[in-house]
Design a protein around this ligand. Structure first.
Ligand code: MF3
Ligand code: CO
Ligand code: CO
Length: 290
């Protein structure tokens, strides 16, 4: 039985007594109990999965519309304003806004060229030759969906094209192996092997994550070689979001805004992200737009 001072079952990281207490964990089956106790992983109920499916579809739809707008001349601040409008229209809350410490100031992350992730929308127009990652996390009815895509602006350099294509291949090939009893570390194996084949490096300072009831739940989903021996199980919902660099893997966080993560050598970086569900015999990608 969960006690008041334990971490809350929802994965928030807060104490149970300060979070969902006295609401008990919404499941009955044994596997879910074991995963929560051993790994802190919340296996979702069919009801929660339905809600996460809806939030994920919303995030994917907003992301698709933002990517269509991401063309030469538009500023990332304008993309953020469009994201605010789309979230309102779809009765969704943008999860990044005021998230973390210091509070993230915008509703989406926009990461251009050498920015690995967590770029902050600003008054910089997109230029010919840029690559940009747009990352959308939406909350609908209290549940979360998280996804990101790359857009290439006009003709881009060979290095940029290579990281964009490699990170996409890393995401889709690692999703392809996901089914019950595959080990969590096998995701990192697939990603790092593909990245190496294309002479790219894999960022290890940021990871994918459980998601659904909270924004960032256990487990951490490492994209590099690792030994996290957790078997995937039906009802797990998590992201895979490989960050792939043309040069060195090291990230440096901007000391001024404390969010923007850039490659140490300022060479290009790219990332794609999906939220996925482990099903009884495979997986479902939840962040696909219609
Ligand atoms: N969406 C990012 C992720 O994939 C997290 C962004 S946190 C923010 O996990 F505060 F920068 F928005
Ligand atoms: Co994510
Ligand atoms: Co994201």
């Amino acid at each position: 039985m969960i006690s008041r001072n334990d971490p809350c079952w929802c994965g928030s990281g807060k104490k149970y007594k300060k979070c969902h207490y006295p609401q008990t964990p919404p499941f009955t089956n044994d596997l879910a109990k074991i995963y929560l106790k051993q790994f802190g992983i919340l296996i979702k109920t069919p009801h929660q999965i339905e809600k996460i499916r809806k939030a994920s579809k919303t995030a994917a739809t907003i992301l698709k519309l933002l990517c269509e707008k991401a063309q030469k001349g538009i500023t990332t601040l304008q993309l953020d304003q469009y994201s605010r409008k789309l979230h309102k229209e779809m009765n969704a809350i943008p999860a990044p806004l005021n998230y973390g410490h210091p509070p993230f100031p915008k509703t989406i992350c926009t990461s251009i060229n050498e920015v690995i992730c967590h770029g902050i929308p600003e008054e910089r127009p997109l230029l010919e030759g840029d690559i940009i990652n747009i990352d959308v996390t939406s909350i609908v009815d209290g549940y979360y969906g998280d996804c990101s895509k790359m857009v290439m602006i006009g003709k881009v350099s060979e290095d940029k094209k290579r990281v964009v294509e490699t990170s996409y291949e890393c995401l889709m090939e690692s999703i392809a192996i996901c089914k019950p009893n595959v080990m969590l570390y096998e995701i990192g194996d697939v990603i790092e092997t593909i990245a190496k084949k294309h002479h790219c490096s894999v960022v290890d300072q940021f990871v994918g994550h459980g998601i659904g009831v909270g924004f960032h739940e256990p487990p951490q989903v490492a994209h590099h070689y690792n030994d996290l021996a957790i078997p995937l199980a039906p009802g797990m919902t998590f992201t895979i979001e490989p960050m792939i660099n043309a040069g060195v893997k090291e990230a440096v966080i901007d000391p001024k805004d404390q969010w923007t993560a850039r490659t140490k050598d300022l060479k290009p970086s790219a990332q794609w992200e999906h939220t996925i569900l482990i099903t009884d015999n495979g997986h479902e990608i939840l962040t696909l737009a219609d």
